[in-house]
Design a protein around this ligand. Structure first.
Ligand SMILES: [Zn+2]
Length: 356
């Protein structure tokens, strides 16, 4: 999987190895040389990476047949609008420049044949709207940028198979990521994520999920139903902190009354109660403790349960209990599957979660 992801990000496509390819890497170029412009009508692949081109010249617009363009490692701050004339472009690699959202041409979204866009190692602070218009995009690399948020418009990239967002400053992921049903690889490592949206469960094709180096304390329980081949969780405060840190707001009188109504199965209907109370009573959630028959409304206690995952990891999953006293004998290892486990093997499994 990792190999698949990295091969997509590199510019060593087979297209670079035919006669309609111009490789001008490491030439100390400051612009596109005339020799290349003379061949602009025939070239399908142009490699301008590792040069000193500070601004993409407008002559790039002449290369109308280009399928692949690599302008990585040029300290480029802006891309010219003529780039948008390359309507055959499928792979655009612009790693390690100084590009931000404002550096992208307004019409970048017109490059509707783009399937691979690699903007890793730049200065993006957000997902430029033009990128979310690239409906055929399969691979988007925005690693090592300055992203502080991910726009919910990411949901428009329905063909996306690889989304690489590692090495940014993201504190949350929008629930809309769950719309990306084609996603096979999602890298969120080296960010500041404290939680993940439960909508990740919708990513039925997801095989690789990288979460290392974040601030995750728990994972949504739905994550166990994914068919992951690769999961990395190391360097997250996932373990041991939870039970001590739990905050509990005592239930209100309304909640206590509601709990009694539900637990005692007292019948109610709209003729007896105002609509808001009926709705409130209907919103009761069952306590996850199998030994407790209780319910809760808004006053609940976070509880972490370890669950075996693919036989390899034990994942700390977030669940809710009805009260702080509603626990089993070993709070941090609650669950029937841990009852027979001795402490050493528990520690070993925990270690695997952290390093996995
Ligand atoms: Zn309970």
């Amino acid at each position: 999987m990792a190999e698949y992801m990295s091969s997509q990000s590199s510019s060593s496509d087979s297209e670079f190895h035919n006669e309609n390819t111009e490789v001008l890497s490491y030439e100390h170029l400051e612009t596109i040389p005339d020799s290349a412009i003379l061949r602009s009508g025939e070239l399908v692949s142009l490699q301008l990476n590792n040069n000193d081109i500070l601004q993409l010249p407008s002559s790039i617009g002449c290369f109308s047949r280009l399928v692949t363009l690599d302008i990585s490692n040029n300290s480029m701050k802006k891309l010219c609008t003529e780039l948008c004339q390359l309507r055959n472009l499928r792979t655009f690699v612009a790693k390690n420049n100084q590009l931000s959202s404002s550096a992208l041409p307004k019409d970048f979204g017109l490059l509707q044949n783009l399937e691979v866009v690699n903007l890793s190692g730049n200065h993006f602070t957000d997902l430029a709207p033009q990128i979310t218009e690239l409906y055929r995009l399969k691979c988007l690399y925005l690693g090592s940028n300055r992203l502080v948020e991910l726009s919910s418009a990411v949901k428009h990239l329905l063909r996306l198979e690889v989304l690489y967002l590692g090495g940014n400053q993201l504190t949350e992921i929008p629930a809309e990521v769950g719309h990306l049903h084609s996603l096979v690889g999602l890298n969120l490592s080296d960010n500041r994520l404290q939680s993940l949206p439960p909508t990740l469960i919708s990513l039925r094709r997801l095989q690789s999920l990288n979460l290392h180096n974040n601030l995750l304390q728990t994972l949504p329980p739905q994550i166990v139903s994914l068919n992951l081949v690769e999961l990395s969780l190391r360097k997250n405060p996932l373990v041991n902190r939870f039970v001590q840190d739990l905050v509990y707001n005592p239930p209100s009188l309304l909640e206590l009354s509601g709990r009694v109504v539900k637990v005692e199965k007292i019948r109610y209907c709209r003729d007896d109660l105002p609509l808001n109370l009926v709705r409130y009573l209907d919103s009761a959630q069952r306590c996850v403790n199998p030994k407790c028959k209780g319910v809760y409304f808004t006053s609940r206690v976070e509880h972490v349960k370890f669950v075996d995952f693919c036989g390899k990891y034990r994942l700390p999953l977030l669940q809710y209990l009805c009260s702080p006293t509603c626990t089993t004998t070993e709070p941090s290892f609650c669950g029937s599957d841990s009852d027979t486990e001795d402490e050493d093997s528990a520690r070993e499994r925990m270690r695997r979660v952290l390093l996995g």
